[in-house]
Design a binder for this molecule. Structure first.
Ligand code: C2E
Ligand code: MG
Ligand code: MG
Ligand code: MG
Length: 291
């Protein structure tokens, strides 16, 4: 049997430690023309607006299946793409595909707002604001139908130019949402400084909302602060009904997670949206009993 240098290295190191750089290199190499090969698709996950009981938007999430590597999760390849600079090309593809889909739903008479994830590296590298507005115009999609999800990282890397770009988008009518709130560098002053309309509470916090009273109190404070500033609060990663109950109780405005719906291909919406609304649109114990 052939004993390549690569496998010898892998065996000498702790599991995972030596494999990672090789894996990263392979991902970087395979990403290079992935866009041209049509290797990406978008899946969409509904977000439920809790007061109206309606699906008002869906989040576009990139999916990559490579001929050599098989399916690779965004959690793995987005970080590689950010470091290699390939995120710019990928981000442009996502933006274009999401706008094309928003237009299709509009034409079908089932308009849905679409959220895209924009990484801090993208905001730092290019004039994303202009590109977003150009792409919306090219597809004939009103800016109001687009949500841009950014993470707290934007306030760390090149905060000035990132804030300026987000402000330009917000002024044009695009909605800016702060993703993964409660992880990393969270600070409440950020809610004041960034032109955001919605705060998405990270799954790691939502995970404890039904079991941990301290977490719940903390979240109640966040919801109050956000509402006082005129921001909406959405819970991500809702997996259990008990979490949804607490989220409603806390007065949160929206929910997203596997309990409601997994990310699905565009064709499966808006049927998926309708079934989420039918099942979860109203609180289970709605007090409208006729006596
Ligand atoms: P995110 O923006 O916070 O997206 C939420 C992630 O959690 C998605 O993973 C989604 O599939 C997953 N999720 C949703 N509900 C649940 C749940 O109830 N339980 C659990 N365990 N997970 C849930 P995904 O699609 O693997 O994406 C991971 C991350 O990769 C995203 O986190 C986002 O930061 C990044 N990402 C995904 N698509 C894109 C993209 O098009 N561009 C950029 N720049 N980043 C993207
Ligand atoms: Mg997101
Ligand atoms: Mg998130
Ligand atoms: Mg998250």
């Amino acid at each position: 049997a052939k004993d390549t240098g690569k496998s010898r290295v892998a065996r000498l190191q702790a599991p995972g430690a030596a494999v990672q750089p090789a894996r990263h290199a392979a991902i970087r190499r395979r990403l290079r023309d992935a866009t041209h090969r049509g290797a990406f698709t978008l899946h969409y996950q509904p977000k439920l607006e809790l007061v109206l009981g309606q699906i008002t938007s869906v989040e576009a999430l990139i999916r990559w299946s490579d001929e050599e590597l098989g399916p690779v999760a965004p959690a793995e390849f987005i970080a590689v793409a950010e470091r290699s600079g390939q995120i710019t090309t990928i981000g442009s593809w996502v933006l274009d595909a999401a706008c094309a889909q928003a237009r299709r739903w509009l034409d079908d008479g089932t308009p849905l707002r679409v959220a895209i994830n924009v990484s801090p590296a993208q905001l730092a590298a290019t004039d994303v604001a202009q590109e977003v507005l150009d792409t919306l115009a090219r597809h004939g999609v009103p800016p109001d139908l687009l949500q841009v999800e950014v993470t707290e990282g934007v306030a760390v890397t090149d905060a000035r130019s990132a804030t300026a770009q987000l402000l330009a988008l917000e002024t044009a009518g695009v909605h800016i949402h702060l993703d993964d709130f409660g992880t990393g560098y969270s600070s409440l002053s950020m809610l004041r400084e960034l032109p955001i309309s919605t705060l998405k509470v990270d799954r790691s916090i939502v995970a404890r909302v039904d079991t941990d009273a301290a977490e719940r109190h903390l979240l109640a404070g966040v919801v109050n602060a956000a509402h006082a500033l005129g921001l909406a609060v959405v819970a991500e990663g809702v997996e259990r009904e008990a979490q949804l109950v607490q989220i409603r109780e806390l007065g949160m405005d929206g929910a997203q997670g596997y309990l409601l719906a997994r990310p699905v291909p565009a064709e499966e919406l808006p049927a998926a949206a309708l079934s989420v609304e039918a099942r979860w649109g109203r609180p289970a114990a709605s007090p409208c009993v006729v006596r």
